[in-house]
Ligand binder design. Structure first.
Ligand SMILES: [Zn+2]
Length: 188
């Protein structure tokens, strides 16, 4: 399972935590699987990533819906390696089709999905902590992510509450009216 996590791009601290390995073991394992040293620096920690754009929200919602559905079917209360790997593999299959439909020309390696496995792991922890919540859109019936957090309360559907700008980017409609208070990523 540790090998699969690393192949999907997971960094050593996450592998250590999910596979009960020491930090040193995870780093050695990473080097053996990837043939290079792991990237240094902090793991993803932007708790507002899922609401920064409708595009992010769709990808985060897709992945966390997978996590929730699998968790429900398998009666798995907490996030473990099997759950993360299974949900991420399904997510990346679906994401590659969405990106192909958008004629997205980047290579289809996991590093190029909007949601990499390290951020996926962090989003799953936000969902467990209750910072991210699922909301059912009454218009399109999509189950998307909203946020309840002291810094940001946000609940807009990434399919219905958007408009498309000239470059084809989907942008949130009237974000300010929905009490959105985004901090710049660099502020955290
Ligand atoms: Zn909707």
């Amino acid at each position: 399972m540790a090998e699969r996590l690393i192949q999907l791009g997971a960094r050593p601290p996450i592998v250590s935590q999910l596979c009960h390995l020491t930090r040193k073991q995870s780093i050695e394992f990473f080097k053996a699987v990837q043939g290079q040293s792991p990237k240094q620096g902090m793991l993803p920690h932007d708790h507002q990533w899922a609401i920064r754009s409708a595009f992010n929200n769709i990808h985060a919602s897709l992945f966390l819906n997978m996590i929730e559905d699998i968790r429900y079917r398998l009666y798995t209360p907490s996030l473990n390696a099997t759950l993360l790997v299974t949900a991420y593999e399904i997510y990346s299959n679906v994401a590659s089709r969405i990106l192909a439909n958008r004629q997205y020309t980047q290579p289809r390696s996991s590093q190029h999905y909007p949601l990499d496995i390290n951020r996926a792991w962090y989003l799953a922890s936000l969902l467990s902590a209750g910072d991210l919540v699922f909301i059912l859109c009454e218009r399109c019936r999509a189950r998307y992510l909203g946020m309840i957090h002291p810094d940001a309360t946000f609940s807009q559907c990434p399919i219905c509450d958007v408009w498309t700008d000239r470059s084809g980017r989907r942008r949130w409609v009237s974000a300010k009216s929905k009490k959105l208070t985004l901090n710049k990523p660099s502020a955290r």
